[in-house]
Design a protein around this ligand. Structure first.
Ligand SMILES: *[C@@H]1O[C@H](CO)[C@@H](O)[C@H](O)[C@H]1NC(C)=O
Ligand SMILES: *[C@@H]1O[C@H](CO)[C@@H](O)[C@H](O)[C@H]1NC(C)=O
Ligand SMILES: *[C@@H]1O[C@H](CO)[C@@H](O)[C@H](O)[C@H]1NC(C)=O
Ligand SMILES: *[C@@H]1O[C@H](CO)[C@@H](O)[C@H](O)[C@H]1NC(C)=O
Ligand SMILES: *[C@@H]1O[C@H](CO)[C@@H](O)[C@H](O)[C@H]1NC(C)=O
Ligand SMILES: *[C@@H]1O[C@H](CO)[C@@H](O)[C@H](O)[C@H]1NC(C)=O
Ligand SMILES: *[C@@H]1O[C@H](CO)[C@@H](O)[C@H](O)[C@H]1NC(C)=O
Ligand SMILES: *[C@@H]1O[C@H](CO)[C@@H](O)[C@H](O)[C@H]1NC(C)=O
Ligand SMILES: *[C@@H]1O[C@H](CO)[C@@H](O)[C@H](O)[C@H]1NC(C)=O
Ligand SMILES: *[C@@H]1O[C@H](CO)[C@@H](O)[C@H](O)[C@H]1NC(C)=O
Ligand SMILES: *[C@@H]1O[C@H](CO)[C@@H](O)[C@H](O)[C@H]1NC(C)=O
Ligand SMILES: *[C@@H]1O[C@H](CO)[C@@H](O)[C@H](O)[C@H]1NC(C)=O
Length: 471
């Protein structure tokens, strides 16, 4: 019954496309999923109508070289769907009050776990998602047990497609794509990671709101994997797991910029790694607010990739402890490289700049290289640090995880340094709020034989009551 219906529409729309072409060569086409039979009632699956619209759009563009792109319109409504495949030159335009709802059954997703996304583009160019509406992964339906400390999630591991407790679909994926644009859209409640860029080039993510339940694990905001030339701006990311997370698994990550954004997470706001087999190079983070997160700016380099030329500027950070089931120990800045296990290589980290940073935190800055993975040329310029306990979670641990030395009991330092060559500390001010805990308030800690070439210019540390010590 459905086939003749779509066939009919395809023919009329192709004719329509040809007509448009003869009149206005350069304007984009647009097709509505409603015209292809989508019901938008949130109950019936609209997979086939949505996919047919995308396919028709893609066909129309590829047969008409003068049409730059084709928009797939989602008018107001809720469109329940299995995985839909975005094609080259197609833009999904999800209108305000329109929602694409991801299916919650394993049959809704392709056989291969690496293709478990609600919206997936593979080897496509000039693709995008916009419109002011929403893509919703129905992540709460994947919660097996709501728990105050951390929700227990469904895992589709019994299929054999993957192992462990992280077998759930991601929300939006671009794999091997070029010229991707995601803008003015809300990405809500992913069951697993939210927006995933894989081996892609030239991606921009602008004015995007990402929201995931604060107690649900693995609902990362944006994961930038093995991808170059990525630009994120004016985003608001509020998630349980890592918010912005570059990773290198099969290739390096070059040229990544994130600006003008707001982040809250129960894990790391910005985290490089821990998958770090290849290099990370040429990153800029500017004008970002990090609010009550478990870790601010983090490097977890564990697999031999080298990191260089990374700049953070104009960043306000507040961090706090959450339940230790979550990664992070309230460090505003956390730069670590060490071998994950005895078979791992050690990557180095060089040329990092932290300029105009303000932080209020329950723990200190942790800078830890390793024997064959040195941190070199680090600069901290114009940095105001306020150390103040606000929760009752225990402090007093150095966190080398994942792998390496694990958790180590140790008193808290304002700035802990090991395996470093070249550090400039200029216009840095530490303010301490007194606390009964004895494991607190050691301004600087050096591991002397591993730290080389450090300069301090205008460094202050003191209790907030007014007394200020200077070195
Ligand atoms: C969206 O829904 C809200 C509340 O139902 C309504 O007030 C608003 O006018 C709708 N907006 C659009 C663009 O339909
Ligand atoms: C499958 O996932 C569940 C969590 O939902 C976990 O408890 C279990 O250990 C996993 N089983 C395997 C074989 O990975
Ligand atoms: C990158 O993508 C944008 C659209 O997202 C496009 O305008 C620009 O030309 C692309 N740049 C390159 C070098 O392809
Ligand atoms: C990113 O750039 C690096 C360096 O030029 C290159 O080796 C890598 O293949 C590029 N990645 C992609 C996905 O194009
Ligand atoms: C990174 O950006 C620089 C400067 O814009 C450019 O020259 C270089 O080709 C880019 N690298 C990659 C791998 O695209
Ligand atoms: C910084 O980002 C905020 C949005 O988070 C924006 O309102 C503000 O204009 C930006 N400031 C600058 C100097 O770009
Ligand atoms: C950081 O806080 C200062 C002082 O409150 C404010 O002037 C500045 O705009 C803030 N910057 C960001 C990126 O939030
Ligand atoms: C990192 O740098 C070291 C030293 O230059 C080099 O031996 C290693 O191959 C580099 N790692 C990668 C992934 O290229
Ligand atoms: C740090 O505090 C000093 C003194 O209150 C202030 O002048 C300076 O602007 C602050 N810098 C930053 C980056 O917050
Ligand atoms: C740091 O802040 C100062 C004062 O607000 C400003 O003049 C300077 O451009 C900022 N530096 C950077 C790298 O943004
Ligand atoms: C830290 O010390 C406490 C008590 O001294 C002990 O209970 C805890 O197991 C230690 N933790 C680690 C990671 O060594
Ligand atoms: C010390 O570090 C500074 C800044 O990182 C660098 O410019 C300088 O060359 C280093 N000096 C030596 C002797 O390594």
């Amino acid at each position: 019954m459905l086939i003749p219906f779509f066939f009919y529409h395809l023919i009329t729309l192709r004719t329509h496309a040809a007509t448009i072409l003869s009149h206005a060569a350069a304007s984009p086409l647009s097709f509505s999923v409603k015209d292809f039979g989508a019901r938008g009632n949130g109950v019936h699956y609209d997979t086939l109508p949505i996919q047919s619209t995308i396919d028709a759009c893609s066909a129309a563009v590829s047969t008409s070289p003068h049409i730059p792109s084709c928009h797939v319109e989602f008018p107001r409504g809720k469109y329940l769907t299995a995985t839909v495949h975005l094609k080259s030159s197609v833009i999904l335009r999800i209108h305000k009050n329109a929602t694409i709802l991801g299916g919650t059954k394993i049959e809704d997703y392709p056989r291969e776990q690496e293709r478990w996304y609600v919206v997936l583009a593979e080897d496509a160019a000039d693709v995008g998602i916009t419109g002011g509406g929403e893509i919703n992964g129905q992540g709460l339906k994947f919660v097996k047990r709501f728990e105050k400390r951390k929700n227990v999630m469904v895992s589709w591991n019994e299929t054999g497609a993957c192992l462990g407790d992280e077998c759930r679909p991601r929300l939006v994926g671009f794999i091997g794509c070029r010229n991707v644009r995601v803008w003015d859209v809300n990405l809500i409640e992913p069951a697993y990671w939210c927006l995933h860029l894989v081996r892609s080039q030239n991606t921009s993510v602008e004015d995007v709101t990402i929201y995931g339940n604060f107690n649900s694990p693995n609902n990362d905001g944006i994961d930038i994997e093995d991808s170059n030339n990525t630009f994120i701006t004016r985003c608001r990311i509020d998630t349980g797991d890592d918010a912005i997370c570059p990773k290198s698994s099969t290739g390096p990550v070059y040229n990544f910029t994130a600006t003008n954004s707001w982040i809250r997470t129960k894990s790391s706001a910005i985290k490089l790694g821990s998958a770090s087999w290849y290099d990370f190079k040429g990153f800029l983070f500017d004008n970002i607010t990090i609010y009550q997160s478990h870790r601010g700016l983090g490097f977890q380099i564990r697999d031999g990739g080298n990191v260089s030329d990374i700049k953070f500027s104009n960043i306000n950070i507040s961090t706090r402890y959450y339940d230790p089931l979550w990664w992070g120990r309230a460090e505003p800045i956390y730069v670590t490289t060490c071998p994950r296990d005895s078979t791992s290589k050690e990557g180095s980290i060089s040329n990092l700049q932290f300029i105009n940073i303000t932080a209020t935190s329950e723990n200190g800055i942790f800078l830890s290289g390793s024997k064959h993975g040195i941190l070199s040329s680090l600069k901290f310029i114009n940095v105001n640090l306020t150390y103040r306990r606000r929760t009752r979670f225990a402090g007093g641990l150095f966190d080398y995880r994942p792998g390496c030395e694990g958790l180590v009991n140790h008193s808290t330092a304002g700035l802990m340094m090991e395996h470093i060559d070249g550090l400039v500390v200029q216009n840095v001010n530490m303010r301490w709020f007194e606390d009964n805990s004895a494991r607190w308030n050691n301004p600087l800690e050096f591991r002397p034989s591993t730290v080389n070439n450090i300069s301090f210019l205008n460094f202050h540390s003191g209790f907030h009551s007014g007394e200020v010590a200077t070195i």
